[in-house]
Ligand binder design. Structure first.
Ligand code: SF4
Length: 74
């Protein structure tokens, strides 16, 4: 299990595909083009962070769930 989790606010998703481009192992698009999270996510934390930071609508948020990973990343 990764030491982080991602939340997708699908009401804010435009279906642009930027998150999929940056972290295709963690994000996909459903039949409507809206972002969905792959389970389990398969990208590094840095890749996911880039995807989250690149979302044009702020639909994605990243939260740490593992102190050990936080310390390793920090
Ligand atoms: S980058 Fe944001 S707006 Fe674009 S598909 Fe992903 S969640 Fe939706």
């Amino acid at each position: 299990m990764p030491g982080w989790s991602v939340q997708i606010d699908r009401t804010r998703c435009l279906g642009c595909g930027v998150c999929v481009a940056y972290a295709p192992g963690s994000f996909a698009q459903d039949g409507e083009g809206l972002a969905v999270l792959r389970d389990p996510p398969a990208d590094s934390l840095d890749e996911v962070r880039t995807a989250v930071d690149s979302c044009p609508t702020g639909a994605l948020s990243l939260a740490s769930t593992d102190v050990a990973i936080t310390e390793r990343e920090g």
